[in-house]
Write a protein of this length. Sequence first.
Length: 232
Amino acid sequence: MAERGRGPSGRNLKVRVKTARRRKASSARWLERQLNDPYVARAKAEGYRARSAFKLIEMDDRYQLFTKGARVVDLGAAPGGWSQVAAERVGSTADEPLVVAVDYLEMAPLPGVIVLRKDFLDDDAPEMIEAALGGHPVDVVLSDMAAPTTGHRKTDHLRTMHLCEVAADFARSVLRPGGRFVTKVFQGGAAGDLLAGLKRDYAKVHHVKPPASRSGSVELYLVASGFRGGAD
């Protein structure tokens, strides 16, 4: 059960969620956070599938990730908030889709987005993605992938870093010179080898925590731009 109080002016105050017989305290805390999150409300009002859309919007506004006509691959795309933003900003349409979204989770169709239900770690995933792109080189690779959490922080970090490394290798194989790569990492930043590789392959690499990222979250993003074409 959720209760919303009112202040002296009659304005709504923070929603508080009570634990019910079948609701765990952790579930009540999650629900309370969702009900009081302004980005959740904005996502619903503006038609985005997830609050995470605003993280990408903020990074694009700052680093100019997208240009009209650019081709984009979105790894770990479900439920589709990042793909929505990418499709809007590059001008992707149903007749000429420029965005390929990949996830092993089911994802509802989006206008201007080719959706592949596929585990990116499968051996044939890169080939499927390239086929969906029609052989065209890519301008932007996005990865909001994170491994399912175990509750052990070090293990979770290592598993997510592995996803970052695989995503970075994929980006290196498909990006056109000058392309951009964005990937999620956990607090503590990128592992030394990954960061060194990105600094070698891209003109600029930034660690970013977008304003839409919750303050208590350990997530960060790496934004790499100016791909050098894989030169050693």
